[in-house]
Ligand binder design. Structure first.
Ligand code: SF4
Ligand code: SF4
Length: 354
């Protein structure tokens, strides 16, 4: 596997108009002391990255539409040949914003829907009106011919709604639907009790397998559920069929389960380069070092690419190279990012390690 940056999320602000239960960054308390990148600094970051790689850049937050110069940043990145994308909660989208999205060269936008009704979604997002705003944004993207993805996050609080969310998403007509069982981190640590159990996680991934087999309108894949790649192989074998997985668009995944520090990373608002949005151990800081130096030489990224160093069940698992387990979950639950994925119930057949 060649470890090249293919997908970089970039937190261009930590400010947000919502306060979601699972969010890693949007609490107002987290914002003080974490100012936005200036526009000049943002251009320097894009120059740095474009000079060494050709990744997708996802402008994220917080809520990136809060920044008045978000489209100037997107336009600058696009002028450097970078494929610019935008992740928004949808509540600030208008006809004018859609026109600016198109004009700035943004290729695709992602939205979040976490429940099939306003009541459930707004409860998750802790913001009355968030659901209506997001549904309206999807309609506006359709009207303006803007390609969009829908991401859905689940905990115990809304896990029963997964099939209903899927049905709703299909009606909205996105390019893709990526469901996500939340990873505990930051404010997310407060909701340890809300995490979906590993037994239910397994059932949900099996439900997804059956759904994906029959889904041809939209691209689907569970995000940050690395053991889905194990389940696909296991199910295809037991069911005696070939599962043809389609190539995803603007996704963090696709070729393998966890790609953190291998093909993807996150740059946070303080310039820290992290393996992904849920893994808060920095590999370096883009304000102090060139991006390429961090990507190639950081000890953290080298560890994460050394599959032989993985521990516990992941370390001796025959699916390690297609899955890898979630390093962020291992870190938050065990304090060691090389440990086994705590939300996978699989017992590897090999006994020769650890
Ligand atoms: S470490 Fe976990 S949350 Fe991060 S990319 Fe890998 S699977 Fe996703
Ligand atoms: S034990 Fe680890 S590598 Fe194996 S399937 Fe589970 S999470 Fe993946």
């Amino acid at each position: 596997m060649k470890f090249e940056p293919k997908w970089i999320a970039w937190e261009i602000t930590r400010r947000c108009n919502l306060r979601c239960v699972h969010c890693r960054s949007s609490s107002e308390a987290a914002v003080s002391g974490h100012p936005d990148f200036s526009f000049d600094e943002a251009c320097r970051v894009l120059d740095d990255i474009a000079g060494t790689a050709n990744p997708v850049i996802v402008l994220t937050g917080g809520e990136p539409l809060i920044r008045e110069d978000v489209f100037d940043i997107a336009r600058y990145g696009a002028s450097k040949g970078l494929r610019m994308c935008l992740a928004t909660n949808g509540t600030l989208v208008t006809d004018g914003i859609c026109a600016a999205i198109k004009d700035s060269g943004i290729k695709i936008v992602s939205l979040s829907i976490d429940g099939p009704t306003a009541e459930i979604h707004d409860n998750f997002r802790e913001h009355k009106g968030a659901f209506d705003g997001t549904i309206q944004a999807a309609g506006l993207f359709k009207k303006h011919g803007i390609e969009f993805i829908i991401n859905s996050s689940f905990t115990k609080r809304n896990q029963a709604e997964i099939p209903a969310v899927y049905e709703l998403v299909k009606k909205l007509g996105p390019t893709a639907w990526y469901m996500f069982m939340i990873v505990p981190t930051g404010r997310g640590l407060d909701i340890m009790d809300e995490l979906i159990s590993k037994e239910d996680y397994e059932k949900i991934l099996n439900w997804h397998y059956d759904m994906e087999k029959n889904e041809s309108d939209i691209l689907v894949r569970p995000t940050c559920a690395p053991h889905y790649y194990r389940i696909v192989l296991q199910r295809a074998k037991t069911d005696g069929e070939k599962m043809k997985q389609r190539t995803l668009k603007f996704s963090t995944g696709g070729s393998k389960g966890c790609l953190a520090g291998q093909l993807i990373c996150l740059i946070d608002v303080d310039g820290r380069v992290l393996p992904c949005s849920y893994f808060h151990v920095p590999a370096g800081n883009i304000r102090e070092q060139p991006f390429r130096e961090i990507w190639d030489n950081s000890a953290l990224f080298k560890d994460m690419r050394d599959f032989k160093g993985y521990k516990g069940r992941c370390g001796r698992c025959e699916f390690l190279k297609v899955c890898g387990g979630c390093r962020a979950r291992a870190y938050s639950m065990c304090g060691d990012y090389m440990e086994e994925e705590p939300f996978c119930g699989y017992q590897p057949t090999k006994l020769n390690k650890h």
